[in-house]
Every structure is written in C-alpha cells, then in structure tokens.
Design a protein around this ligand. Structure first.
Ligand code: FAD
Length: 391
C-alpha cells in the first residue's frame, strides 16, 4: 500500500500546480519526485555572488490574458507590474523589438518613412500588428520591400541560428512569430497582465508547494522506480501500483520505443560585469553573432547590485542528453515526423489509466507559463469524477 495518493514526477510548474490543487482541494497526499537538485523546473532562479537574481534556464516574464491564471498565481506571490523591453541590432543600429514605426524612421529617409507608415496603416486598417509573413505576401511593393529588408537582416539570421538551418533554405513560413507593430508602441508582450513575482520565481514555487500534504524528493530519477506491467496495463512506482502524474519527457518514459523526439537545446554563457548598466534593454537580439540574444538580469526587473550586473549570452545548440553542453531539451522541433512519433507515444501511454501526462516535455509542446498552468488546471478538473471527487 502506497502512503501517497499521487506521485508527481517533476517539480516544474505543471507538477507544482497539480500537486497543490490535489493537496489543498482534495486532501490528497502527494510526493513530488525531482531529478534536479532544485525545485521549480525551468523557472528556477538564484542569487549570484554579487547579489544579482538570475534565471538559470533563460529569461522568464509572466504574461497572460487569463484572469483565472492571474488569480491562481497571485496566491503565491505579489505580482509586480513589469514591461519587457527588447532591442534588435540591424547593421549596428539598435531598434525596438518587436519592430515598430521607429524602425522605419531609423532605416528610411524622412519622406520614405512617412509614406511607408501611411501605406501600412491603410493597408492593415485598424490592426495593432502584422506578421512579416503577411507583409511578404502584400500586393504593395513598398510594404513587401520593408518585409524583405527585415526578413534578410533579422528574421532569417535569427531563424538560422535558432534552428540550425542554412539561411538559404529558410522558408518564411517557419519564421519566428514576433510581429511588426503598426505604431510607436514598444511593448514586447501585449497581454492584459505582465509582471514579475515580487521575490522571484523560486519563491513563488516554494509558496505554491508549501502544503502539509505535499512532500518532495530531490535528486531522484523517477525512471529508476517506474515499471510498466504490460499485461495489466498498469504502471508501478517502486513496485507499487500508484497514481502517477508525469511531467518529464514522454520518449524517455517509454524507453524510446518509437525513437527519440527532437529538441533544440540552449547554452547560457553567464558573465558578471562590474558596471551599472551593460545594455539599453533587458534583452538584445544581435544580428551576426552566434548567440541569439543577450539578457541583462539586473533589468529583469531592475536590481541595484552595487555596480555589478550579470548578462547571459544565449546560444542555441544541438540537443544531446549525454553531452556536456546541450543536455537540456528546451524547444521541441515540431515536424510531421516528430508529431507522428509523439502520437505513437501518446497512444501507447493512454492504455495505462493510472498515468497522467502534463507539461511541456510530457506533451511535446512549447508552453508559456500561463499555458502550462491552464493545462494543469484542465487536467486536474478532468481527473474529477461527476461527484467532484478524485480517485
Ligand atoms: C529560454 C526559455 C524562456 C522562456 N521564457 C518564458 C517567459 O518569458 N514567459 C513564459 O510564460 N514562459 C516562458 N518559457 C516557458 C516556461 O519555461 C515553461 O512554460 C515552463 O517552465 C514549463 O513547465 P513544466 O513543468 O512543463 O516543465 P519544466 O519546468 O521543465 O519541469 C519539468 C521537471 O521535470 C523534471 N523531470 C523530468 N524527468 C524526470 C524524471 N525522470 N524524474 C524526476 N524528475 C524529472 C525536470 O528536471 C524538470 O524539473 C520559457 C522557456 C524557455 C525555454
């Protein structure tokens, strides 16, 4: 007999949300098992030797249009309004990212800029923004010209770096979806809520799992304890049939029986620098260098750290679970082939009714934090039977 009602595998956002709901609303005893030395998954942050709060797995800002998510997360932190500011470098000139009317002013003569802005406003009437792909298909030659300029100077080199593609092979349809803003507005996100948790993401997570029904076990690879009973279609944890919520990688769980799911990984080169400010914006996207962006953590949000700052150069790298660099799966490579493989895994796992999948790795999807919370809440509600109880 298991002393826990549920084993949650992975102490990331997905696992934490479901664990809290089950513990608090259904009085279930939960064990969260985490492979890493720390909780919070990819939203983990820590303070470096100069007092700078750093997000180990890349810059995170909470943004959402969803009131329920905002209300849920506000129970575990005080949201501090924050507005992400980004810049992109084109031909040594720093311009807002997403591109906006200022970009046009910077790269066109005064008259040409006025004409182009007018054309864009009347072509995309009452629109807040437009994608570069839409602009590339425009009937207006000048709009297409602007789109081509951005495509060649920014979208194409960025996409080549991010996905390791030869720039000449890049089809506009795979371009990152950062739109062009049809005004001077310089917000990176356009959501109803955009904020940072007052004490950071680790503190938010600690508060979320701080419940007498939740226990946590770190530095434990759950796969060493999981076995499949293929005859009875049951999953066992440490030899006992248990209700399992799994938020790790689905291919790994199934011992790669249908092959490896492809990911892009990242390498962060963190550098402490003795200066008050290293760059104008929190995040800067360069044009030609191998890294895709530089994040300055003392601007995420503002931190006054005695003349010290910390920047992270972010390099997309090949994913290899066994490599020294690139061993973390970050971005799923979504192709028809990889989706087919994923569907096979999903079908296989669906036979095992005591196992529930949730989160970016288990579902082989890119989720923002709000999306992963929505997903975890949906899964939690699906677990309820008609009487509102959970097995
Ligand atoms: C570079 C980057 C920047 C991002 N920025 C933003 C942003 O600004 N805003 C935003 O909303 N979202 C952002 N995101 C997305 C955000 O990181 C995810 O939505 C969120 O972290 C997903 O949570 P999760 O629980 O699904 O996964 P994870 O956080 O990865 O948690 C899964 C956990 O499971 C553990 N695990 C896996 N297998 C096992 C096992 N066998 N045994 C034990 N433990 C295991 C892992 O160690 C991990 O801790 C960003 C993502 C990236 C990559």
């Amino acid at each position: 007999m298991n002393r826990y009602d549920y084993i949650v595998i992975g102490a990331g956002l997905a696992g934490g949300v479901i664990a809290r709901k089950l513990a608090e609303e259904k009085d279930k005893k939960i064990l969260i098992v985490e492979r890493r030395k720390h909780i919070a998954g990819n939203i983990y942050d820590y303070v470096d030797q100069h007092g700078v709060k750093i997000q180990k797995y890349g810059p995170h800002v909470f943004h959402t249009n969803n009131d329920e998510v905002y209300k849920f997360i506000s129970q575990y932190c005080t949201p501090v309004n924050y507005r992400t500011k980004c810049e992109a470098i084109i031909d040594n000139i720093a311009t807002p990212s997403p591109f906006n009317f200022k970009t046009i002013d910077q790269f066109y003569s005064k008259e040409e800029a006025e004409e182009l802005k007018k054309r864009l406003s009347s072509y995309y009437i009452n629109r807040h923004s437009v994608t570069v792909v839409e602009m590339l298909k425009s009937n207006d030659k000048k709009i297409r010209g602007f789109a081509n300029f951005l495509f060649e100077k920014d979208y194409k080199p960025y996409t080549a770096k991010q996905w390791n593609l030869n720039p000449s092979q890049i089809d506009p349809s795979v371009l990152k979806r950062v739109p062009i803003i049809l005004s001077y507005e310089d917000k990176y996100f356009n959501d109803k809520y955009e904020f940072m948790p007052d004490n950071g993401f680790l503190s938010l997570y600690e508060n979320m799992i701080d419940h007498y029904n939740i226990n946590i076990k770190l530095e434990t690879d759950a796969l060493e304890y999981i076995t499949f009973n293929d005859d009875k279609k049951e999953i066992l944890y440490d030899g006992i049939v248990s209700n399992i919520i799994y938020t790790g990688a689905i291919d790994e769980l199934c011992r790669y029986r249908y092959g490896v799911l492809p990911y892009r990984s990242l390498y962060f080169d963190f550098q402490s620098i003795q200066t008050k400010s290293f760059q104008n914006a929190a995040i800067v996207y360069p044009q030609i260098e191998d890294y895709t962006r530089i994040t300055e953590y003392t601007k995420m949000p503002f931190q006054d750290c005695n003349e010290w700052t910390c920047v992270a150069y972010e390099y997309p790298v090949k994913y290899d679970k066994h490599a020294k660099i690139g061993f973390e799966p970050y971005y799923p490579v979504l192709t028809e082939k990889s989706q087919n493989i994923y569907r096979k895994y999903k079908k296989y796992i669906e036979q095992y009714i005591n196992l529930t999948l949730c989160g970016r790795l288990a579902e082989f999807r890119y989720y923002n934090m709000d999306q992963v919370i929505i997903r975890a809440l949906e899964i939690y509600h699906d677990m309820e039977d008609k009487n509102g109880s959970i097995i």
